[in-house]
Design a binder for this molecule. Sequence first.
Ligand SMILES: NC(=O)c1ccc[n+]([C@@H]2O[C@H](COP(=O)([O-])OP(=O)(O)OC[C@H]3O[C@@H](n4cnc5c(N)ncnc54)[C@H](O)[C@@H]3O)[C@@H](O)[C@H]2O)c1
Length: 321
Amino acid sequence: MKCLVTGGAGFIGSHIVNVLLDRGHSVVCLDNFSSRFAVANEKENIKPFLENNEFELVEGDIRNKELLHRLAIDTDFIFHEAALVSVVESMRDPVKTIDVNTIGTLNILKAALTGNVKKVIIASSAAVYGDSPEQPKKEDMTPYPKSPYAISKLDCEYAAKIFYEEYGLKTTSLRYFNVYGQGQDPSSPYAAVIPIFIRKALKNEDIPIYGDGSQTRDFIFVKDVVHANELVMSKGDGRVFNVANGTFISISELAELIIEQTDSKSKIVYEKPRAGDIKNSFADTTEIKKMGFKPRFSLKSGIGNTIEWLKKAMSPTNPPC
Ligand SMILES: NC(=O)c1ccc[n+]([C@@H]2O[C@H](COP(=O)([O-])OP(=O)(O)OC[C@H]3O[C@@H](n4cnc5c(N)ncnc54)[C@H](O)[C@@H]3O)[C@@H](O)[C@H]2O)c1
């Protein structure tokens, strides 16, 4: 099969590329390298694939319709990961986020339709639930997007549904919860809490927690997210699924677990809660489980894997991330 992975040089996209190549598919990675991390790391995430004959890197933008139409011809599956992913940035420049995330996704759906692509699988986000207190989050709950980023992700889901129902293009949207693992930017102020905590723990620095640490999150290891993408290649058309572990841990417990697993002397320091932080978030994963999804990595094993990667990435022989 021929697959196109947009944002394939990013954190999640590069893991999707890796597995698709392993399965014997040929893969085109479309990325504009707008993520500071990808550039700073000299395209580290995709370096392992550059020598592979089945891999092609196209540096380009999902807002380039002509390019997308060219790429969609002869493509069987599109895994659409490219996006501006920062909620904070989206508050600062909402139009840009909508332009890349919403309009970019419409461009991809249109190109997929014209190119007779078999299916488009779209990365959505738990951000669409906003801070509604209801737990666990179920796919049929009323969404409460609280940022332009969340709005853009909801737009993508609605667009995917319309393209399926009205034009017959197969699509599935996956609402990722808190994804973590190798290749995630640990230095960005918007980065997931896990690489930030691990980095601090490995340096025996204080680990800051905003608020009292009782807030909970549903973390999922990146390889399990790839597994969910693979599963819906052949099922779940026209639908939206939560992709998460379906369990939760408090941020304090998470910090303690990381301190223990890194054998660190770090101390937890509690700071003022951040405005807009969601108190609790965990997913009802019944629907994706019905598709055969079962997370293969416990939080402990996923964190162990991420620690090993960050240890190597932070070693003096490697440039700092
Ligand atoms: N990481 C998470 O916890 C998480 C949670 C929920 C949803 N998501 C979604 O998953 C997807 C992947 O996220 P990630 O964490 O891998 O982010 P990432 O920033 O590592 O990857 C996104 C990639 O998209 C590329 N990109 C951005 N704008 C582009 C454009 N206009 N044209 C082409 N490429 C462009 C970037 O250069 C980057 O390589 C995103 O759609 C994100 O919204 C991620």
